[in-house]
Design a protein around this ligand. Sequence first.
Ligand SMILES: Nc1ncnc2c1ncn2[C@@H]1O[C@H](COP(=O)(O)OP(=O)(O)O)[C@@H](O)[C@H]1O
Ligand SMILES: [Mg+2]
Length: 352
Amino acid sequence: VTGDQRDQVVGFLRRQGLLAHDEDAAMTRLTGGVSSDLWKVDLPPRAICVKRALPELRVAAKWSAPVSRNRVEHAYLQFAATVCPGRVPQVLAHDPVAGLFAMEYLAPDRHPVWKQELLSGRADPLVGEQVGALVGRLHAASAADRSSASVFATDDNFHALRINPFFLDTARAHRDLQEEFLDLAARTMSTRAVVVHGDVSPKNILLGPDGPVLLDAECAWYGDPAFDIAFCINHLLLKTVLLPALSDPLFESVRRLMAAYQRHVDWEPTVALDRRVATLQPALALARVDGTSPAEYLDAERREQVRRIGRSLMGRPPSDVDELVERWAALAATGTDVRSSRPRDHREGTRP
Ligand SMILES: Nc1ncnc2c1ncn2[C@@H]1O[C@H](COP(=O)(O)OP(=O)(O)O)[C@@H](O)[C@H]1O
Ligand SMILES: [Mg+2]
């Protein structure tokens, strides 16, 4: 922790009345993120977290609006806390000008990170179901809230952090699928229905004693709900390539996540949303091997396997998540696509 960071955080906590002027507090950097500084601060009554968006991401992609990103994350946490209390960390203080906020610290012994649980071989489909229900409740509440479209009007940010690295950069590595990637990017950007979290990844979900807790809402955006679900199930499907022994509970997690999610969808027909999820996920899978932020846990052989599965699915896009899971499983196990004889006529936009 540098002196500057320390002064900034201590100043913030004193202005907010969380730390007395004659008191000091130990600060520890929490690692793991690429877009923010995050510290655990041991205040006299209890530990808290302080988050500050970085001027630039620590990966290749750039997004130079740190203060607004922090404001968006804070707004998302406030919104989510009113809809699903306890399912996001409680916000304790916020300085929108400095771009800092404080939230409760959730101790790792009682709140393990879902990603670590999965990588340790524990894939409980109930967690998938709980995450699906949580995201469904949040989406439905935001669809019904008139102010959410303007509070989360973050198209530029979402484009820079999600559309560019995941769709446009990946399209350059798969020239023959360029049109498909561009269509998905355009469809996603032009679909406006709910407040999307934008980073529903197992590394941003803590498994608390009362259920999952969603972190890291810097990419929140009023847009296409399919993105959150496709993004999350993409992580689960990629884990089947890394951990084939966990395939069955992972596939079951995906199915239960989708089923629980769909029970909350009341703003559009579920078939349309199901199709968008199923068509987005293969593109996101390819993005995790050939886009700007590749999954760090896949070696060259597994990356090639993901490439093969993703390309086959993108060539003949699945109509729904059930078909997606069935074909992903067959492609991963045998290398052949169970629906390879399907005509290529059911892509979005190509129907009469
Ligand atoms: N409120 C919190 N309590 C405990 N741990 C947290 C909290 N917020 C974040 N973390 C831990 O820090 C990591 C990074 O935080 P995150 O908000 O995801 O930042 P980044 O945008 O840098 O990814 C998380 O994956 C989690 O392990
Ligand atoms: Mg994170």
